[in-house]
Design a protein around this ligand. Structure first.
Ligand code: NAD
Length: 456
């Protein structure tokens, strides 16, 4: 079945229909209308999957992707047009261009944590750039996968865009085929499998992965505001956010003050009985929930730690000084557990930062500009924020992506168009002049050839 789907899309791409900008605009307009029409149903699906609060689904899923679509019609003509660049003396007289060419058949594989946004946002870029697309949503968020499938069916000819639902086997079946581009969002472990599959066909990829994101709080930070912003970014989506703070590194002088402020803000956000809060999601599955509970065994819990096996509920939890070799600090936590580790010197920060691969995000809370810049310039990470968390994803003019272990490539806004386009270099040469120098027999004096760099 997978082979047939791909062949159908390859054939459709050959018809050249997707090269028409008007065709792409029309398709994205239909997608926009369908999402708007079903916005409440999408919220219901995410609630059914892991009790995601409606506010969070609207803000971080549907409105997020609608903002991405809204940006396309006003810009697509200029993005898709050949871009004129200056010529070089070497080729004079010529007109030099970068043509944006769709790759062809694109595969998008999505995770479960922002299951709508992370399937639809790459799709928008791929369609805007003129590709055909197969979307494979996560099998863990079944209700969302079903509504994504319904929306795509209602909007697109399956030869242009279609959804293939299923789990790991289906994903592997898709990856065994030859694609022109693969866009994967998920864990670094599966990212390696995707990269290996792509390598067999030399298929280019974007890998949007995860990491262990530090949040550094120094002794000049505005602690009350820092705690408010850390709590929001960490416990949003019950900590299941790839760019959430994974752990806090706090200067020992302000540790107690920060812990008190974190506790106060968690209670303010979710109440005394956090299980009853309508604003707090559940852990997505029994398996993930159990994994998180295992991480807490033997740890000193400063706050929270309440759980309910019936509902995969784990409350916002603060943990004091876990050991570096503990389960909690071994890899990405991806849940509502926030370890707090104190530091004394910059060397202590360095020891922690260098212990993991390059993270997707890093946050710094500090009023010391020198310290802020030192962290930005010393360490490599996907992106981040100074005196806030998570917000870097909300500006479509900023690239969103990782580096090293946290991913390859970045998207959002115009970049989403660019990553799904091959940039084809074309020189249009005039025929009315021909410099004789480049052709054999080479009679040009070598001391002149040594100056040829000035003509490139
Ligand atoms: P995952 O890697 O387990 O699954 C992602 C997708 O890959 C799913 O569609 C799944 O069906 C498929 N898959 C799983 N195992 C596979 C295998 N062996 N072979 C082929 N395909 C396979 O990730 P997840 O648990 O859904 O999501 C959580 C991870 O995603 C975290 O690490 C998180 O940091 C990361 N993430 C990154 C971003 C980002 O934008 N960088 C966003 C969200 C999540």
């Amino acid at each position: 079945m997978v082979k047939e789907i791909i062949q159908q899309q390859v054939d459709f791409f050959q018809t050249q229909q997707t090269k028409e900008v008007s065709f792409r605009k029309k398709a994205l307009k239909c997608l926009q209308e369908e999402i708007v029409r079903r916005e409440d149903a999408i919220c219901d699906a995410l609630y059914a999957d892991f009790k995601k609060p409606k506010f969070e689904t609207l803000a971080a899923e549907t409105q997020f992707v609608l903002a991405e679509i809204k940006h396309v019609p006003n810009n697509i003509e200029s993005w898709a047009s050949p871009e004129r660049v200056s010529g070089s003396w070497m080729n004079w007289p010529s007109s030099d261009y970068i043509y944006k060419e769709p790759y062809g058949a694109v595969l998008v594989i999505a995770p479960w944590n922002y299951p709508f946004q992370l399937a639809i946002a790459p799709l928008i870029g791929a369609v805007a750039a003129g590709n055909t697309v197969v979307v494979k949503p996560s099998e863990i968020t079944t209700h969302t996968a079903a509504i994504i499938s319904e929306i795509i069916k209602a909007v697109f000819d399956p030869a242009h865009v279609t959804v293939v639902e299923g789990g790991v086997e289906v994903s592997q079946e898709l990856l065994a085929e030859k694609w022109d581009y693969i866009f994967f969002t998920g864990s670094p472990g599966v990212g390696k499998i995707v990269y290996q599959s792509a390598a067999k066909h030399l298929t280019p990829v974007t890998l949007e992965l995860g990491g262990k994101n530090p949040c550094i709080v120094d002794d000049t930070a505005a602690i009350a505001l820092a705690a408010k912003r850390i709590v929001w970014g960490k416990f949003l989506n019950a900590g299941q956010t790839c760019i959430a703070s994974d752990y806090i590194l706090v200067h020992e002088n302000v540790k107690d003050k920060l812990i008190a402020a974190l506790k106060e803000n968690i209670t303010k956000s979710y109440g005394e009985n956090m299980e009853a809060s309508p604003d707090f999601s559940r852990t997505v599955s029994q398996k993930h929930y159990q994994g998180l509970k295992d991480m807490l065994v033997g740890e000193e819990i400063l706050f929270g730690g309440q759980s309910n096996d019936e509902d995969n509920f784990l409350s916002p939890t603060l943990v004091n000084e876990p050991k570096l070799d503990s389960k909690l600090m071994a890899g990405e936590i991806f849940g509502p557990i926030l370890p707090i580790i104190s530091y004394k010197t910059d060397a202590d920060i360095d020891r922690h930062m260098m212990n993991y691969g390059k993270p997707l995000a890093t946050y710094v809370f500090s009023n010391n500009k020198k310290f802020q810049n030192k962290i930005i310039n010393t360490y490599s990470f996907g992106g981040g924020a100074i005196n806030d968390t998570v917000i870097q994803i909300t500006n479509k003019r900023l690239p969103f992506g990782g580096v090293g272990q946290s991913g390859i490539g970045a998207y959002h806004g115009k970049l989403s168009f660019d990553i799904f386009s091959h940039h084809k270099a074309i020189i249009k040469k005039a025929n009315w002049f021909e410099a004789p120098v480049r052709y054999p027999p080479y009679n040009v004096p070598m001391n002149l050839v040594k100056k040829i760099k000035h003509l490139f």
